[in-house]
Every structure is written in structure tokens, then in C-alpha cells.
Design a protein around this ligand. Structure first.
Ligand SMILES: NC(=O)c1ccc[n+]([C@@H]2O[C@H](COP(=O)([O-])OP(=O)(O)OC[C@H]3O[C@@H](n4cnc5c(N)ncnc54)[C@H](OP(=O)(O)O)[C@@H]3O)[C@@H](O)[C@H]2O)c1
Length: 331
């Protein structure tokens, strides 16, 4: 089978490899599509090499969708031929066939394309868990979402709105029209010291901006470690903190250590350690297949070493929705 491996940090090449074996609790998936994940991009660039060193060569690829071709003896929720979406915390998705634990995959309903469903593998899961599991968002509350046009953000805006929250989206001006179309109630720029007009502070903020980071990434534990890295404390995240009310909640998707940094004004700060969860995926997949959640694909790249590098370069800035690496179309 074809796989794309990283042989040096920053460098990818195409190789052929054997179709992997599975254990009793695993499934073998013929991969049709990968979502371009910022965690993969950081791993390949070497940004994580001190925090989470890898043995090279390494096949990256955290997010995928495809068809189940084999199931382990103890697998009960999935069958051969099922269309699935999944998350492979240790990578391995940039291959014709990938191995997933049963708990790291969920069946995709008929009528929802794999190229849409793959956006839910990590981005949708992160949006849902950050808002509701970590953030405890309730109807009528006000939520501020940084990086609102990105892979996680554009889904978080819609999920929050759908739950009855007032949604304040933070993004560059070029993304504002897109965000209005997704239902954001208020849209502000990153550089707005104090938003124009009346502004009522938010109950919850999702922190997704990494560029302000001045310290190298730190390791995070757990199966999703590769998706996370460090972000400095609240003193370097002035906007989201300033726009949160006293005693509000700041959920960071990028700083595992944020809870250790003292927060101002009684703000509760925590890190969202997003974990594979079949019932979260099932809810997201039915939202998408029943039209309540729009999955925006911005660009598609081929399954080649150059195609993936090109996808990474293009998705570094100005990203809107999801970028995909597609190797096979559904019939
Ligand atoms: N904790 C976890 O398990 C977990 C899971 C998923 C994702 N994450 C993290 O969450 C973050 C968001 O993920 P994603 O997949 O949605 O990333 P993404 O698709 O690249 O989107 C990030 C968005 O933020 C905007 N942005 C980034 N830096 C900015 C800055 N300094 N100023 C203004 N806008 C900025 C980008 O817009 P522009 O391009 O226009 O700047 C983009 O729309 C990433 O850092 C990712 O690593 C963590």
C-alpha cells in the first residue's frame, strides 16, 4: 500500500508498506480522505519535536474517513463495509489502510459524504467537547470563539448557536461575511481593544490562537497529546480575557498548562483535552446529515508528499473551514 512518511522533520516522501495487522479490538480502514489537521502540520514541521519526540520515519495523519475492511474479534459496533470517520491519536492516517481502535471511530450515516464527515473527526469533536463538556455552555449564555472561521471554530459557532447561546465570533475581517452566514450574532476583530457599540462580556471563551505563543510547545498526556501544545498564560491572551465577565470560563484548546496559571477576576481557565468519543461523533454526524451543521470544505489536495506540503502551506493562514487530502472518491 502507499503511505506518506516523514523521514526528517519538515520532509515527506511516498513509500510503499505492508497492509497492517489489527488486534482483537481494532479495525482496518481503507482511507478515502484525511482532514488537514493543525496538529499534523506542527508534528511535520518539527514544532513538537522536543515536546513529543518521534522515531523516524513516521507516518503522520490524525484524522481520516474511509471504509472498514476488517474488524477484530471483539469489535461490536462496526462491521466490514461500514463507512467510518476516525481519529488516530498516534498518526498513521496518511496511508491507503489505517488501523484504529474501535473506540476511535464511528459509523457515518448514509447520505453524508466521507469528505464532509472527516471534518468531524477532530474539528467537530473539539468544538463540541470544548463548548459543552469543558465549557458547560447553557442556552442563553454568551460565548466568545477565537479562530472562529477555522476548522474547529466554524463548527463551534454553529453548535453554540444551535444550542441557544449568543455567539461572539473573533476573526480577521476577511472572514466576517462567512461567519455571518453561519449565524454568529456578533463578529469582532482580534485587534479591537474594546468592541464598538455596546458590548456585554461573555460567560465562556474558547481560546484557539497560537501565534502569540512565546514559549516552545509542552507535552500533553493522553491519546490526544499530538493535537495539543503550549500557549502562554492569560497575561498574553488579553482580548479573550478582557471580553469575559468576572467569574467566566476560559477553555483553551492549546495550552495544557493553563490551569496552573493564576487567572484574573475569578476567571476559571482550563484546557480542553479532547478525546475520541463515539456518542459525541454520533450526535455530530446526525447534525450534519440532517442539515443542522454546515461542513465547509475550503480546498482539496492530492494524496502525495507535495500535495500534503502544499495543503500545510495553504492552511497556515487565512484558513476557513476544512482543508482535505483526498485519494479516492466514493462511487
Ligand atoms: N486541545 C485539542 O485537543 C485540540 C483539538 C483540535 C484543535 N486544537 C487546536 O485548536 C486550534 C484551532 O484548530 P483549527 O483546526 O480550527 O485550526 P485552523 O483551522 O488553522 O483555524 C485557526 C483559525 O484561527 C485564525 N487565527 C489563528 N491565529 C490567529 C491570529 N493570531 N490572529 C487572528 N486569527 C488567527 C485563523 O485565521 P487566519 O488564518 O485568518 O489567521 C483560522 O481561521 C489549533 O491551534 C489546534 O492545534 C486543539
Amino acid at each position: 500500500m502507499k503511505q506518506i512518511e516523514m523521514y526528517e522533520y519538515g520532509k515527506l516522501r511516498e513509500q510503499s508498506g505492508a497492509i497492517p495487522d489489527i488486534s482483537d479490538t481494532q479495525i482496518l480502514v481503507e482511507v478515502y480522505v484525511n482532514a488537514v489537521n493543525s496538529g499534523d502540520r506542527m508534528i511535520v514541521s518539527g514544532a513538537m519535536k522536543t515536546a513529543a519526540p518521534l522515531r523516524l520515519p513516521h507516518v503522520p495523519g490524525l484524522e481520516l474517513a474511509g471504509i472498514v475492511r476488517r474488524t477484530g474479534r471483539l469489535v461490536t459496533s462496526l462491521r466490514e463495509g461500514d463507512r467510518v470517520v476516525g481519529l488516530s491519536p498516534a498518526g498513521g492516517g496518511y496511508a491507503d489502510y489505517a488501523v484504529l481502535e474501535e473506540s476511535c471511530a464511528a459509523a457515518v450515516p448514509a447520505g453524508l459524504a466521507l469528505t464532509g464527515a472527516v471534518s468531524l473527526a477532530a474539528a467537530g469533536l473539539s468544538a463540541r467537547q470544548a463548548l459543552f463538556v469543558f465549557g458547560g455552555l447553557r442556552p442563553g449564555q454568551r460565548v466568545l470563539i477565537e479562530g472562529a472561521a477555522g476548522a474547529v471554530g466554524h463548527l463551534a459557532v454553529q453548535l453554540a448557536k444551535q444550542s441557544g447561546a449568543y455567539v461572539i465570533a473573533v476573526a480577521r475581517p476577511a472572514q466576517h461575511e462567512f461567519l455571518r452566514g453561519l449565524g454568529a450574532d456578533r463578529i469582532i476583530r482580534y485587534d479591537e481593544e474594546t468592541p464598538d457599540g455596546s458590548f456585554e462580556p461573555a460567560d465562556l471563551a474558547l481560546g484557539m490562537i497560537r501565534e502569540a505563543a512565546s514559549s516552545p510547545p509542552q507535552p500533553a498526556d493522553g491519546p490526544n497529546a499530538a493535537l495539543s501544545s503550549a500557549q502562554p498564560g492569560p497575561e498574553l491572551q488579553p482580548q479573550a480575557y478582557r471580553l469575559l465577565k468576572d467569574g467566566g470560563t476560559f477553555v483553551s484548546l492549546i495550552s495544557p498548562s493553563i490551569a496552573n496559571v493564576p487567572s484574573p477576576r475569578g476567571i476559571r481557565a482550563l484546557f480542553a483535552r479532547v478525546l475520541p468519543n463515539q456518542s459525541d461523533w454520533t450526535a455530530l454526524l446526525s447534525d450534519a446529515s440532517e442539515g443542522r451543521l454546515r461542513l465547509h470544505t475550503e480546498a482539496v489536495f492530492p494524496f502525495t508528499a507535495d500535495g500534503i506540503q502544499e495543503a500545510y502551506r495553504n492552511s497556515e493562514h487565512g484558513k476557513r473551514g476544512q482543508f482535505l487530502i483526498v485519494r479516492k472518491n466514493e462511487e
